[in-house]
Design a binder for this molecule. Structure first.
Ligand code: ZN
Ligand code: ZN
Length: 407
């Protein structure tokens, strides 16, 4: 469907540029240079999205937003503020007045299109930046699924951004975020501090950039605080730059099993079956869209002692009806037999868990470093056959670097 966009800006050259760029990308675009005509124009043209500038000579963007939001007939129209001002105060005021998103100019058209589409369809975008478990595998036979260690980004419709883990995959994510040249507010959720889950953090570009805000969530380990857990790998004998040299505002928030709201998103955590304190996460937005990240986690089959029933039931309840379940699936069933107690799962047990929880999609993840692309194709086919044989509605997607899931 062709979405209708109204752009309100007093700057004619901006209007012209934006109109041409967005029309070229398939939108039906109308423009308005005099904001006092907004309601009349909207009644006649019925836009899906309004892009509004903040600084205009007679009426500012805040007043325009208030005006639109006072009309019940425009309740579903999405409002995006497009401003050259990057003050946190302006952004929070715009969002409190009902803006769906605040974007700082200049912004590349492709990025703007991605954001508009996400807002209009209320889509949650999950992207894999690292699918490999244990250690990076940069060789040719791993190129299809990728060699970077665990990292996923989750962006909700208003731009609320969460990151699962900081394996080497977070380096490419950081480069991508930094290239957007905007102030970033990020929530980094650390499952546990095994090296493959934190080793990319010292190279995460947004952490070095002033003005960015990064909240790191994870568990303390005995008397070792979360800050020490993460920063220990940056002490001078291991790394030339310490965490104190990061220019961003960095907060460390220790959690265990909990249920809380972060940036309007429900964040639930569960302790997993893995050495040390390992956290699984479930994020849910206001419309009920959800994604769960469960790694590293060992689910032993019945014939090998089985799972503690209390824990399995708790996990099934935690994951009930989740839209996308990203789960540690390190081993083929045969391989698992020689890796009991290593803290990782065989594929059939993960499929059984996803089935029992009624997950709509299962993302097979934390690929064993010995698994070449050909072996991962085999695991993908095995999982898809399980779904077909059991007549399940569940979708299988084996994690591949740069794969985007839309919920
Ligand atoms: Zn791991
Ligand atoms: Zn681990």
């Amino acid at each position: 469907m062709e979405h209708k966009i109204l752009i309100i800006d007093d700057d004619q050259s901006q209007l012209h540029l934006l109109k041409a760029g967005l029309a070229k990308r398939g939108y039906n675009v109308t423009t308005l240079s005099n904001p006092s005509d907004t309601l009349e124009h909207m009644a006649a043209n019925k836009p899906d999205v309004v892009l509004v500038d903040l600084m205009m000579p007679e009426t500012d963007g805040f007043a325009v937003m208030k005006n639109i939001k006072s009309q019940p007939e425009f309740a579903d129209v999405k409002i995006i503020v497009l401003s050259s001002k990057s003050f946190a105060h302006d952004e929070s005021r715009a969002l409190s007045l009902g803006a769906n998103l605040y974007i700082t100019k200049p912004v590349p058209f492709e990025v703007l299109k991605e954001k508009i589409d996400r807002i209009v369809s209320n889509t949650v975008v999950v992207k894999c930046w690292g699918a490999r478990g244990t250690y990076p595998t940069p060789q040719a036979e791993y190129l299809k699924y990728g060699g970077n260690t665990p990292c996923f980004s989750v962006e909700f419709s208003k731009g609320e951004t969460f990151i699962f883990d900081a394996g080497t995959g977070i380096i490419n994510l950081g480069n991508s975020l930094a290239s957007e040249k905007r102030k970033l507010k990020l929530n980094l959720l650390i499952s546990h501090p095994h090296w493959d889950h934190i080793q990319g953090f010292p190279f995460f570009k947004p952490a070095f950039m002033q003005g960015n805000e990064i909240a790191v969530y994870g568990s303390a380990h005995g008397d070792i605080s979360l800050l020490e857990v993460i920063s220990g790998q940056m002490e001078s004998i291991y790394f030339p730059i310490t965490i104190r040299e990061f220019a961003s505002r960095l907060y460390f928030k220790e959690i265990r099993e909990a249920s809380q709201t972060v940036d309007g998103i429900s964040v639930k955590t569960i302790l997993l079956n893995h050495p040390g304190n390992t956290l699984g996460f479930r994020l849910t937005d206001n419309s009920g869209k959800s994604v769960a990240y469960i790694t590293d986690n060992e689910l032993p089959p019945k014939e090998m002692g089985g799972m503690d029933q209390f824990f399995r039931d708790k996990l099934v309840t935690f994951l009930k009806g989740v839209d996308l379940l990203i789960h540690d699936t390190t081993y083929f069933d045969e391989e698992y037999k020689s890796h009991v107690g290593w803290g990782h799962s065989p594929v059939s047990e993960v499929l059984g868990l996803a089935r029992d929880a009624g997950a709509k999609s299962l993302c097979i993840f934390h690929h064993d470093p010995a698994h070449t692309d050909a072996m991962m194709d085999e695991m993908d086919a095995f999982a898809k056959k399980f779904v077909a044989d059991n007549k399940l509605a569940m979708t299988i997607c084996t994690a591949t670097e740069q794969t985007v899931f839309r919920i």
